[in-house]
Design a protein around this ligand. Structure first.
Ligand code: SAM
Length: 287
């Protein structure tokens, strides 16, 4: 049955509050899964199954899919839409309220996230997988185009920010496809894009991630200020100390946060730790 007919059959109405913009074009959905590189033996997590259109496309190509869906009104629709698949398990829960340990149970050998994310929690969902997940290998996310541009931005651009540097600490992000707004039901006001984030947790092994996060917050806290001024203010250090530290690292004294790569932020984090800077959230604070 056509997906629109299925939605009508169950009297479904779209909820803006849940970011419900569904994809229905089968060729496009298959292409997204192909872009994910998911193979027959792979385990996939989907966040926000909607009417199960992407879920079906994933189930055709992957070993198994665990989907999370917040909207209980989609229960019957999903049962109907996914009745031909025995490798799909749908969890009707707010994914933000499920612990990462529960999400990753049974997935210790690695998994891929494939999702057309609800726009209102795109960044919090991504940050959970970037910061808390242990076994995720890849994230293939359909998000608003502007958000995709921020995720995969290059240094020295206005799109480059703390989220980009946070992603770059553990992986590599690439925007691989633009999806016009007209492909969604209902159509949103903006276009979307598919971003592929390959995770490599060994990329900067040993860095204190909580301190790194605080350094990013500081560096991008006030984008109009120089990095030096932001560091002085946040960590209560003298200009002399900060300028010397930056010069030691080969960073211009007048540089702004958006000019630094993840590697430079890692070095800066280590430098600040070696200077005895007190990081509020880190276990290493005050060392
Ligand atoms: N995957 C479907 C597709 O591509 O057509 C639907 C995508 S739609 C953009 C986002 C879906 O996420 C909606 O079905 C919405 O109900 C669901 N959702 C929103 N917030 C959620 C949350 N906190 N936890 C789980 N699912 C959520």
């Amino acid at each position: 049955m056509e997906i629109k007919q299925l939605l009508n059959k169950y009297g479904f109405y779209f909820k803006k509050a849940f970011g419900q913009n569904f994809l229905t074009d089968e060729a496009l959905l298959d292409e997204i899964v192909t872009l994910s590189g998911v193979q027959k033996d792979d385990k996939v997590i989907e966040i926000g199954c909607g009417a199960g259109t992407l879920t079906r496309a994933i189930a055709k190509q992957a070993g198994s899919v665990t989907g999370y869906e917040i909207d209980l009104n989609l229960r019957e629709i999903l049962a109907d839409s996914l009745e031909d698949f025995d490798n799909v398990n749908i969890v009707f829960k707010d994914v933000m309220k499920v612990s990462m340990a529960e999400i990753e149970k049974g997935l210790e050998s690695g998994y891929t996230v494939v999702a057309n994310l609800p726009y209102y929690i795109t960044t919090p969902i991504l940050m959970r997988f970037i910061e808390d997940a242990k076994y995720v290998k890849k994230l293939v996310l359909t998000v608003q185009k502007e958000v995709a541009e921020r995720f995969s931005a290059k240094e020295n651009t206005s799109d480059y920010g703390s989220i980009t540097a946070a992603i770059n600490l553990v992986g590599y992000a690439k925007t691989v496809k633009i999806i016009g707004r007209e492909m969604f039901t209902p159509a949103p006001n903006v276009d979307s894009a598919v971003v592929v984030i390959d995770i490599d947790r060994d990329k900067f092994k040993g860095v204190d991630k909580l301190c790194y996060r605080e350094v990013l917050k500081c560096a991008f806290g006030n984008r109009r200020k120089t990095l030096c001024n932001n560091i002085m203010q946040t960590f209560k250090l003298s200009r002399d100390v900060v300028e010397t530290a930056l010069t030691d690292l080969g960073i211009d004294k007048l540089a702004r946060g958006e000019t630094l790569s993840a590697e430079s932020f890692v070095k800066l984090t280590d430098k600040l730790l070696s200077l005895g800077v007190v990081f509020a959230k880190s276990k290493k604070a005050g060392k």
